[in-house]
Design a protein around this ligand. Sequence first.
Ligand code: EPZ
Length: 426
Amino acid sequence: MDTLHIKGGKPLTGTIPISGAKNAALPLMTAALLTDGEMHFENVPQLTDVRTLIRLLTELGCEAEVGNGSEETFGKSLRLKAETITSTTAPYELVSQMRASFWVLGPLLGRFGEARVSLPGGCAIGARPVDIYIKGLQAMGADIEIVDGYVHATTKGGLKGANFRSSLVSVGATHTLMMAATLADGETVLENAAREPEVGDLAKCLNAMGAKIEGAGTETIRIEGVSKLQGTRHPVLADRIEAGTFAIVAAMMGGPIKLTGLVPETIEAALSALRAAGADIEVGEDWVTVKREGERLRPVNVVTEVYPGFPTDLQAQFMSLMTLADGPSEIVERIFENRFMHVQELARFGADISLHGDMALVHGVERLTAAPVMASDLRASAALIIAALAAEGETIVNRVYHLDRGFERIEEKLSACGAEIWREKA
Ligand code: EPZ
């Protein structure tokens, strides 16, 4: 298995182009199943999760072709055409590798009236049930049975528009139900819907395909079903989690680092926490510059919330930053029940963190020292890299395959700013 090596303590300055978002690309790609027309995506990040979904889509009969991309952002174009689907079964081997594969349930059921999709199971950060997806599709008239670990969904004469209020805000259920509803008969109203920017990006693409969706980005989404959707061209939204991660790196190391090609308002919660920690932030139309001068970081409490609150996907990275703050900070995780696996690994750098239910209490220390560490999930891996950049000595990060699921060329981007970071191939 590959390892990442990082020699900490180097000043970092420069410009980092932000890639297309994994969490926008994945739902967009599943939307290709809604049409027999050709979909052209641009700015698609080259990540393991994207490749896993391409494998699933081709297994279902979809044509897929990765084209040239931009030298600047590294993203590639991707052509998908689901003209003829040869299977409506998403197998365990692929869905268990990546939960977002489960989202094919909505488009398959909407277009073909049938889908058999493996239950994803739990993962390192929590149990992650799919009850809301199932209740929402049942409200639209689907018959759903769970057989042999698979969700088997069918409809008699297609899905019907429905009013559905979700018991909690779920990004994946919102994507899935919104896609299913585009081809339902009549109007669907999704209440307590996720407002994450990736939901808005998916709705934008679906509308360009001929869907009639209003209100994406608010908690009530209205979808007037249409009989057919066509192919379109769509650039993938910039990755707010990648941008937030590099903003945290800049605050940790001092910067200045300029992040380009992003939508600054999508990382406002993170930027305001960084300002409170002592960072100076300049915001342009599609760029952000982060720097920090002077004394130690100030401690800042954060609570993870649904968008526009502080994102759970930046919790580990922010905790890493707070390990060097001048005082105690409280980091509360409200979205997932087990997203603190990085705490023990951060302790290996000399961080002082104790866990109290859903709250991590971080007592800032004056310095971190390098250590061999193990990545436990995607965002936790980024937290370890942030600690390693600041730590004295050489850190070795094991299990970097987690990182390759969601951060495009992170070593290259950090090296370009002066970091001493390299990968050793197994
Ligand atoms: C998406 O996961 C993201 N994944 C996650 O990013 C992100 O952490 C999460 O949203 C929250 O922002 C992608 O976009 C591919 P949820 P998703 O359904 O949709 C509970 C990353 O690192 N829930 O909004 O799976 C669930 O257990 C990842 O890139 C139910 O109880 O998240 C969780 O506690 C990890 N029943 C909460 O809701 C359901 O039916 C929010 O989950 C569905 C969800």
